[in-house]
Structures are given as C-alpha cells and as structure tokens.
Design a protein around this ligand. Sequence first.
Ligand code: SF4
Length: 214
Amino acid sequence: MSMGGKLFQSLGIDTYKLRDNSPKNANQTKDNDWPRIESKVTNCTKCSLHKGRNKTVFGDGNRDADWFFVGEAPGKDEDLQGKPFVGRAGRLLTEVIFSIGLSREEVFIANILKCRPPDNRDPKTQEVEQCFAYLERQIDLVKPKIIIAVGRIAAQSLLGSDLPMGKLRGRIHGFGSSKIPTLVIYHPAYLLRSPSQKHKVWEDLQIANDFLKK
Ligand code: SF4
C-alpha cells in the first residue's frame, strides 16, 4: 500500500478507486476552463435528457470553496430556474449549510446530472456515465477540502458503491485518485418527509467539521 494509502487507513478513511480524477492540464487555467465547461453543459446532447429540459443546471456557488455539495439531479423547480437545490428541499439544504457556519455563497453546489429526469425518476446508469465527466471537472477545478454527497444517488454515483445510505453515512470516504474526503448525508427531500432523521445530518456534518479541523 502507498504512503498515502497507509495515512488514510490510519485515519480510518475508506478509499475508492472506481472513479479517477484526471490531473489538471497545465495549459488550461481555472478561469479559462469554467466558461468552456459551462458552455459544453448548456449545449450538451450526450443523453436523451436534453430533449425534455427547460434549462441545464450547471451548479453554482464559490468556485474556490472548501465544501462541495453534490446532489442527484435537477427537479421541477431547478429545471425551470437553472439553479441547484431551490424550492423546499433547497431551503432546507441552505439551513444545513448555515448550521456549519457557512452561507450558500461560500460553498459550491452541483448535481450528478445536469438535466432533469422525467417525473423526477432516478437517473439511469448510462445517464450518470455520460454526465459524470462534467462534475469531475468541476470538482477538479474547485479543489474542495471536502465533498458532501447529498442523498443515496449522489453518494452511490460518487463512490461507485451500491451500499445503502445507512452504511455509507457516518464516516469519511475518499473520492477519486486524489482521495478527496467525502461525507454522505441524507437528502433534504427525505428529511422533509422524515424530520425525525434531521439530527443524523447534524451528527454527520460534525464528523466533517472534526475531520477538517484535524
Ligand atoms: S444530463 Fe448531462 S449528459 Fe445528459 S444531456 Fe444533460 S448535460 Fe448532457
């Protein structure tokens, strides 16, 4: 095992090798790359979801953020507004972010898919595969200190895992070849249906806070 692998093991971090972050191309500066990738997403027709979308949802927030929140896919409101996590679930996510002492403007928020699946169905494997490179590039550009996977679909897609939420939450994972610390929390839409579970999100975020303080 590499030195890095031993360090992560000693810290109790599970690492995954299923996704790979390509090294940043030295010829592409951060500033040049954002408009290019945004334009690619806006005009993307790689999967059939482009046919039913009103707007792509690229993601927004601080492009130098320490915290990078990843959701599943746009819903109805997001598709209409072109922004991630709006509506009731979005307001609850804003509260969750506020609970760690940050505002939405201080973190970056994006989804696994940039276009809305019809009737908010789960993303198909092929759609995730075709869209994932956009998110990988966004993470590569932001270079966050921690990724927060919001909900099961985001967690399983990021970590290449089919474990249920109960087994994914509550510990730090490593994303990609850089082993970016990644924490899994319940989706705010689930918390709206099951408010008694809210305390688990607060507990999980404390794990992230404690980890970053180390
Ligand atoms: S979901 Fe992603 S891959 Fe599919 S059309 Fe939209 S941007 Fe392209």
